[in-house]
Design a protein around this ligand. Structure first.
Ligand code: GDP
Length: 330
């Protein structure tokens, strides 16, 4: 059985990827940091096949030990301080984990190596946030980076060091430049889930308003389940390369809000929505829209879930969960 090692196993993508790789017959190892990660129990309850291994992206010896224990064929580095707003408050920590963490993992891979005939293959979770104040539209693999947050800056370092180690040491290392990808497992701090969860609660009479920041920015939102398939495809190629993964469509936050309320039959959504400066960011990424032609041609990848289906799925999920919590029958 092939063996995969995933950092960020308790995050949205870690869970989707673990489930996908398990269905492909992989042994799945997940790295967890700290003594009592609150999410590990819930993840193991749903996916008891995951073998949890201790390790921390801030601690190189722990990464070497974790890789030695798991002996993986493939490493997926999804672990990061991944919330843009938080990265402004914890910029140094973000640089250390989201940026230098990639360097440490690459060093650990060089040290542990894997077998000579079967060297470890590495996937780095790069991000469309690297494009930031975009230099061209749509953005592709050649578009220059102009990050707009400490998170974006750390991801640029991670991306560049992957390219550098691939060129310097002949590692099989790929970066997937993934545009925003969402779903029912998305953390509540991200705008899609914040909105779909609030819409469900408002519909059920459990909440009366939704407080947001900038409604004008635009994102290329896809479904996380589609995007983890692309990660795996990148590592099955003969040559390691970087790929943009995106739907090629963009929607504003306002459209997201309108469509989500529409799902529960509320048209006059403005009466429930208030803006608060505390949710605005010091610098904003105004518009993202990705050109994933390379992935579509070379990997044969295509997203299967479109924006309306994604929002519909998330609202339906949040209605179920919130109704069950409150003891309301739907
Ligand atoms: P990001 O693209 O990785 O920053 O993903 P987010 O889901 O956190 O934010 C997407 C966009 O939504 C950004 O342009 C935010 O400024 C905007 N936004 C507006 N209101 C909110 C809010 O209340 N929370 C979050 N997270 N984002 C918001």
């Amino acid at each position: 059985m092939p063996r995969a090692f995933i950092t960020g196993i308790t995050g949205q993508d870690g869970q989707h990827l673990a489930s996908f790789l398990h269905s492909k017959g992989y042994d799945v190892y997940g790295m967890v940091k700290g003594q009592s990660n609150p999410h590990v129990g819930a993840v193991l309850e749903e996916m008891p096949f995951i073998e949890m291994v201790p390790g921390d992206l801030a601690d190189l010896p722990s990464l070497v030990a974790a890789l030695n224990m798991a002996q993986p064929d493939e490493v997926y580095n999804l672990g990061a301080i991944s919330f843009v707003a938080l990265s402004f408050n914890q910029a140094e920590l973000t640089a250390n984990i989201t940026g230098l963490g990639v360097l440490r993992m690459l060093e650990a891979i060089r040290m542990v190596g894997g077998s000579q005939n079967n060297p470890i293959r590495f996937y780095q979770a790069s991000s469309s946030e690297m494009f930031g104040k975009v230099r061209e539209t749509p953005q592709n693999e050649q578009t220059p980076f102009h990050p707009r947050s400490p998170y974006g800056c750390a991801k640029v370092f991670g991306h560049d060091i992957v390219v550098n180690y691939r060129e310097s040491y002949d590692l099989f290392a790929c970066s997937g430049i993934l545009f925003n990808h969402e779903g029912p497992r998305r953390g509540i701090e991200f705008v899609t889930r914040k909105v779909t969860n609030a819409v469900a609660r408002i519909k059920l009479g459990l909440q009366h308003e939704l407080v947001l920041g900038n409604l004008d920015s635009k994102r290329d939102w896809g479904y996380a389940g589609d995007y983890v398939r692309a990660m795996w495809l990148m590592l099955q190629q003969d040559v390691p390369e970087d790929y943009v993964i995106a739907t090629g469509e963009t929607h504003s936050i306002e459209e997201l809000v309108e469509r989500s309320f529409g799902e529960v039959g509320i048209d006059d959504w403005r009466q429930y929505v208030r803006q608060d400066p505390k949710f605005f960011r010091p610098a904003e990424v105004d518009l993202l829209i990705g050109d994933s032609s390379k992935a579509r041609e070379r990997l044969g990848w295509m997203p299967e879930i479109d924006f309306p289906t994604l929002i519909s799925m998330m609202v339906a999920h949040d209605l179920q969960v919130e109704a069950a919590k409150a003891g309301i029958e739907l």
